[in-house]
Design a protein around this ligand. Sequence first.
Ligand SMILES: [Zn+2]
Length: 444
Amino acid sequence: MKHLLITLALIALGCTTAHADKIKVRLYTNTTINSINISFDLGAYNLYVDDNRLLEDMVGQGRSVIIRPAGNKIHISVNETNYGTFDRLFLQATDTACILCLNPEGAKQRTYEGDLEITPLKSGSLLLLNLVEFETYIAGVVQSEIYGKQTDIFRIQAIISRTWALRNISKHRSDGYNFCDHVHCQAYLNRCIRPDIMLGAIQSSGETLVDSEGNLIETPFHSNSGGQTANSEDVWRTALPYLRSVTDTFSFRMRQSDWTKAIPLNRWLDYFARKHKIDTKNPALRDSLLNFTQDTRKVRLLGIPLTRIRSDFQLKSTFFSVTTDPQNPNNIIIHGHGYGHGVGLSQEGAIRMVGLGISYDSILRHYYTGAILHHDPTANRSYVENYVNQITRIIQEDKNKKTQTHSKQDDWLGRLFRLRDREERQEVYIEEQQDNEKDWQYEW
Ligand SMILES: [Zn+2]
C-alpha cells in the first residue's frame, strides 16, 4: 500500500521515465553551475534532447558531454561535435550498472547512478536533476550523513533517512522535484561507493518507523545530544509523543560531546540589552546572564529561547552554561555539550550504542519514544538475504586479501547492481546458475 502511494506521488510529480519508482533529486543545489563536463565511469547512456529526440545512443567511456547555458537554452557538445542549443538534455542509463561522473566548473567532482536531466534556470545557470532509484538515493544519503565502521549504524541511518524521505516525498513538489541534495532535505553528495554502507542500507530494506496507528513518524537526527536529547516543542512548535527528551549518556566522550567558545563580555551583555531589552545593569539580571548553568536541558534564559541565542551566536547547541573567564575578565566562556538541535536520534550516541552491542531496533526506540519498527511485508526478504550474503562475502574476501586494487571497486558494484536488478524482476535465484554466469567473480 505504501509503495502504491509513493508511486502515485511520483507520477503526480510528472516523472516520465519507465521506472515509476525513481525519484528526482536536485544536485549541486547550493552551487551556481555555469558549465559542466560529464564523463562516464560505467555503462552506457542514451542522450536525448528536448522532447525525447535521440541525439546519440550508447554514450559511454571515452565520451565527454559538455553543457553550458546559452540564453534561455543550453548548449551541448560531445567530444569534438558541437550540437548547438536545446531546451533540455536527458541522459538515460541503458542498464542498472551505469555511473555518471559530474565535473562542474568551480565545484567538486561527484559520481551518481541513474539518469540525469539538465535544463536552464532563469538565473542563467543550469538545473541538474538526478532521476534515481529510491533505495540507491537512500544509500547515497547514508554515506553523506553519518560516519562509522559498523554496519548497524548504517542500517539505523538508512531507516531514519528512508522514513523521512517517504514522509516528505513531496517537499519540493512546487519546484518540480522531490528533494534537494542539501541538508535542507538530506545530504546526497555522491552515490554510495562503500560496501559496508550499502550492506547496512540493503539490510534495512522495507524498514521504516511508524507510530501506533501505522503512520510514518518524523525522524529528526543530530550529531550529538551532549547527554540529553530535547523535546520537539522546545526546538520547534509541535510537541510529538515520540520526540521526547531522554537521558543519553551514550553521547558522552565522542567527537562532538563538548565544546567551549569565548565571547567578549560587552558583546554578550549588549546583545541582551539591545535585542531583548534586558536591564543588564541590574545585578540580579546581570548575574543570571553571566552565571547560567544547565545540568539538565533548559529551554530559556531570562525568558529568551535558547534556540534564538544559539542561532544569533552560532553556537553548536542550546545545551550550554556560561561563566566569566578567570583568565580574562573581558570575556565570558560558554561551555557546551553536543552538536545540533538535540531532537530525535543522536548519531554519535547511536554509534556508541552499536559499539556496545545494543541492537539497532533498541537504539531506535531509545531515541524515538514509543516508535514501532515497521517491516514492509512486500519487501522481498529472500532477495535481501541473498544480497546481504553476497556483499558480506565480498567484504570478507577483501579483508583477507593482502593487496587490494581499489580502483576496480566500481566493477563489482556494477555487478551487484545487475544482481539487484535481476531480483527485482522476480527471476528465480539459483546459485549454480549464477556461478556459471561468472557474474559473481568480484575482483579488486
Ligand atoms: Zn530541500
